[in-house]
Design a protein around this ligand. Structure first.
Ligand code: BES
Ligand code: MN
Ligand code: ZN
Length: 495
């Protein structure tokens, strides 16, 4: 999908479809008024006859209007400007692209930036770009006959006045972010028998080949053994697939700038191990590598942008499977940090691979570490599928992430990391145990990770409820690539 932005008059625009807005009660937006005049009041007539009300996210497609150069005109209801929310704005954009995809239009010109639906224009450009990309996304690589590809190939955002430079750069960044989300979704949707740790490593190496600014390294199990990663290796013990530790170093700034390290959980299938999960919806545990996929998507996005920043992606990846060699409940392992862990539940494996990856990350002399993980079912219970859980040991970092989440509409909610929760992880036999009981399960998981990140500025994102959708709409969402990318963009603007 190609994206562009330009100034142009809606009546003269040669396009397969021009999109303009109508407010609740039938009030035409400025660009719709221009079309109406050129088309001898065809639009006001339709409103007078009650064909379109302007209700938010309603649409009406018109063909070959006299006096208008475009093949089609799509009228989109914008609702009441005074009642506009994030949700109504996103609903309007989704309805727009769904209506466009019901036509054979290959290109579309949207007059929606001037409107802003009560939001600032950069917010609208970002969301419109994500909606457009989402509307044509297909996960059909493994169907014997690929699904019909969408006709829509090119989207132009048009403005009545000259577009500000900030809108152009926002659009370029949003397009790169959408490409990163696409990568994250595609990897997430692939089944566990295709998307193995080795497959993820191959994809990471390919990113390094495609971008001069990215250097990829892959460590094997014997390397991890030498590093003392007993916790990570205990998870892969019952699997036939070899574990990998992938690092992607993105150099966009001078070497003297400390990098931001992104650590992504890459369990390519989580059966639970000996603490085997129940059968229902177990297939969805192929999505347990969505943290890793979001790191790959984000690194690809910032490389495409040429962001002036140093970022390292660290991806511990393996399967969590039961067999005769698998880790058993009660087993005690030594982590790379030296701290020992009593594994009371082999299904709490995410924290076991992350803790060694977090210790390993020290080697990059990080400015900040952010880990991203489909870590706990309890997070889905707490926050549902709207917000990702967020924890941080520094308030400034927490605030920056919250702000980036709002800007990118990829929202997070902060939960407490108080040491009052820490005793729940005490063990009689090791330095800690890997579970803290049912109460506050998301928090005790974060508290476990906090024991390995004391020396840094660190945040943890639990994306268990937001990385994919279940049911009829089953599929990866590409989250939190928008949040992470926005945070990194904002970091270049501050330093
Ligand atoms: N990958 C799961 C978390 C998960 C479960 C994400 C369901 C999304 C949906 C994680 O490895 C896990 O199994 N966590 C356990 C932890 C428990 C044993 C303390 C959980 O949440 O049940
Ligand atoms: Mn698990
Ligand atoms: Zn898991």
């Amino acid at each position: 999908m190609e994206f562009s932005i330009k100034q142009s008059g809606p009546e003269k625009q040669r396009s397969d479809c021009v999109v303009v807005g109508v407010y609740d009660g039938g009030k035409l937006s400025p660009s719709a008024q221009i079309l109406d005049k050129a088309a001898k009041h065809a639009l006001s007539d339709l409103i007078a006859r009650g064909d379109i009300s302007g209700k938010a996210a309603s649409t009406l497609l018109l063909h070959k209007l006299t006096g208008i150069a475009a093949e089609r005109v799509l009228l989109v209801g914008l609702g009441k400007a005074s009642e506009s929310t994030n949700k109504t704005s996103v609903d309007i954009l989704r309805a727009t692209f769904s209506a466009l995809n019901n036509t054979p239009a290959k290109d579309a010109t949207l007059y929606i930036v001037d409107e802003g639906f009560g939001k600032d224009s950069t917010w609208i450009i970002r969301q419109a770009t994500f909606s457009a990309a989402e509307s044509v996304y297909r996960a059909d690589s493994l169907k014997s006959k690929p699904a019909k590809t969408a006709a829509l190939k090119s989207v132009t955002f048009a403005t009545l006045d000259k577009p500000a430079a900030i809108l152009k750069s926002t659009l370029d960044q949003a397009a790169a972010t959408a490409h990163g989300m696409d990568l994250a979704k595609t990897l997430g949707n692939l089944p566990g028998n295709v998307c193995t740790p080795t497959y993820l490593a191959t994809k990471a190496l390919a990113l390094g080949k495609a971008h001069k600014s990215i250097k990829t390294t892959v460590l094997e199990e014997k390397d991890m053994q030498k590093l003392g990663m007993g916790s990570l290796l205990s998870v892969t013990q019952g699997s036939e697939q070899p574990a990998k530790l992938i690092t992607l170093e993105y150099h966009g700034a001078d070497k003297k700038h400390k990098p931001i390290v992104l650590v992504g959980k890459g369990i390519t299938f989580d059966s639970g191990g000996i603490s085997l999960k129940p059968g229902a919806e177990m297939d969805e545990m192929k999505y347990d590598m969505c943290g890793a996929a979001s790191v790959l998507g984000t690194i690809q996005a910032i490389a495409e942008m040429g962001l002036k920043l140093n970022v390292v992606g660290v991806i511990p990846t393996c399967e969590n499977m039961p067999n005769g060699k698998a880790t058993k409940p009660g087993d005690i392992v030594a982590s790379m940090s030296g701290q020992t862990i009593e594994i009371l539940n082999t299904d709490a494996e995410g924290r076991l691979i992350l803790c060694d990856a977090l210790t390993y990350s020290k080697k990059f002399n990080p400015d900040t570490i952010i880990d991203i993980a489909t870590l706990t079912g309890a997070c889905v219970i707490a926050l549902g599928h709207v917000a990702s859980g967020m924890f941080s040991n520094e308030d400034k970092l927490a605030k920056e992430l919250l702000a980036a989440g709002d800007q990118a509409h990829d929202r997070i909610w902060q939960l407490p990391l108080w040491d009052d929760y820490q005793p729940l992880l005490d063990s009689n036999f090791a330095d800690m145990q890997n579970i803290g009981g049912r109460a506050g399960g998301t928090i005790t998981a974060a508290c476990f990770l906090a024991r390995f990140t004391k020396e840094y500025r660190w945040a943890h994102l639990d994306i268990a409820g937001t990385a994919w959708k279940s049911g009829k709409e089953k599929g990866a969402t590409g989250r939190p690539v928008p949040l992470l990318t926005q945070y990194l963009i904002n970091r270049t603007q501050k330093s």
